[in-house]
Design a protein around this ligand. Structure first.
Ligand code: NAP
Length: 414
């Protein structure tokens, strides 16, 4: 795959939240063979069977009779939305994390501290002997580590919801591909690093799914989200577009207005995850939206409309070919991926199975408005340093270079 295409993929659903929360891509070889699980059958939606009778947990957070949920993670982006959704449905929620990320969040819920990696510090000790109705694993990136939590929790939870990614698929070239599409593989499944271009993220997610399934056969929900967006998104990828459109003037718009875009509002995903737990839905699900087909042009027009028509933004569409690596430098135009070549169907996954299992979507305009409102609450120094997209200088430079192109060099008719 050309490195420019790899770059687009690595900027996609791959690793944004990891980078934002400081997860390392530095080498960390694992001598212990980890995956432990071969391929498993495709997704069904049967209710999860009851957990094995033994060993019995010595304590249960369900002693009050309330529904109980453990979240592995909980203080990043998706986690807080899950906590809110679960609390709204009457769940008693427990978080397990290291206590490093936003420890001030949720003072009213139980927090257990440790490390997902059983080889680090107290590891998973805080989870031992405890029971919950279900666990949602938001923070699993390495199969050895997912295997450890799934095996430990298998006797004491009924369902394991693993948050994977659409990046788990081997290819992104078949429009409408569903959950039966082959997943990515790795030559050495014991590698635990993300790789230079985060190219191991997807294959590792696929191995994590398999490790969870091997530990709790028939009781796992493998959720493969596309771009998760909305208020509190630490990556600024989707956020870049409403913020950029609001700034107005000539906006570099990538590809063509008809290039497809799939995104899911974090609040819609979180509400559905809790519904999946309530219904004990298991199987494999692509989890992206929105409700109606969206294009890059539609997204930018929606941003403009959400600003009450007051924005003077005008869009200059710059071809995917030009954006491959102008001047040898990769271009960060977040969310979008070229609607050709290896990424042509990245934003065209089938979501029928999740919809049938109750996934619903708010209007894109609501996501745009709420994201922009949230952005404006951030301190000026944070707003001054967006984590994705083009700086005004880089955008102007690219637009100049685009205009200087000889006619017919990949330009769209103006
Ligand atoms: N963002 C997207 O567009 C997108 C797309 C597709 C899939 N996904 C997937 O969606 C998931 C969402 O991630 P999120 O960050 O938003 O989840 P989250 O549940 O909000 O937060 C991640 C949490 O994991 C904890 N954590 C990290 N490393 C840990 C460790 N070694 N041991 C214990 N706790 C640890 C962090 O807290 P401490 O630092 O305090 O430990 C943090 O609370 C990820 O699995 C991601 O791959 C995201």
């Amino acid at each position: 795959m050309p490195s420019s295409r790899r770059h687009f993929l690595s900027l996609t659903a791959a690793a944004g939240s990891m980078a934002a929360f400081g997860c390392s891509s530095a080498p960390r070889p694992s001598p212990a063979a980890a995956a432990g699980a071969g391929p498993v059958p495709g997704g069904g939606q049967a209710p999860a069977p009851a957990p094995p009778a033994s060993p019995q947990p010595t304590a249960s957070s369900g002693s009050s009779g309330k529904k109980t949920l453990l979240v592995l993670g909980g203080t990043g982006f998706l986690g807080p939305a899950v906590v809110e959704a679960a609390k709204a449905r009457g769940y008693t929620v427990t978080l397990f994390n290291r206590g490093k990320t936003r420890p001030h969040l949720f003072p009213d819920i139980e927090k257990l501290h440790g490390d997902r990696d059983p080889n680090k510090g107290d590891g998973l000790k805080a989870l031992a002997g405890r029971a919950w109705d279900a666990v949602i694993d938001n923070s699993g990136y390495v199969p050895r580590i997912v295997k450890a939590s799934a095996e430990l929790l298998a006797p004491n939870v009924q369902q394991y919801v693993f948050i994977s990614s659409l990046s788990a698929y081997a290819t992104h070239t078949t429009p409408g591909a569903d959950e039966a599409a082959p997943v990515a593989t790795m030559a050495d499944p014991t590698v635990e690093t993300m790789g230079k271009d985060f190219e191991n993220y997807g294959p590792l997610k696929a191995l994590c799914e398999q490790a969870a399934e091997a530990a709790m056969p028939g009781r796992v929900t493998r959720v493969r989200p596309g771009f998760i967006v909305g208020p509190e998104d630490p990556t600024d990828r989707f956020t870049y577009w409403p913020v950029r459109v609001e700034r107005g003037g000539e906006v570099l718009a990538p590809g063509t207005p008809l290039d497809p875009i799939q995104i899911i509002d974090v609040r819609d995903l979180a509400a559905w995850l809790v519904a999946v737990v309530e219904a004990r839905t298991t199987g494999i699900f692509n989890a992206t939206g929105p409700g109606e087909p969206l294009t890059m042009g539609g997204l930018l027009d929606t941003c403009k409309a959400a600003l009450g028509g007051g924005a003077n933004a005008r869009f200059t569409w710059v071809s995917a070919k030009f954006l491959e690596k102008p001047g040898g430098e990769p271009v960060d135009l977040p969310i979008w991926a070229p609607a050709e070549g290896e990424t042509q169907a990245f934003h065209l996954r089938s979501t029928e199975r999740a919809r049938k299992a109750g996934l619903t979507f708010r209007a894109v305009q609501e996501t745009v408005k709420d994201t922009l409102s949230w952005w404006k609450t951030l301190p000026p120094e944070r707003q001054a340093k967006p984590r994705a997209g083009l700086s005004p200088e880089r955008e102007a430079e690219l637009l100049r270079a685009w205009r200087a192109q000889p006619r017919g060099a990949g330009k769209l008719p103006q």
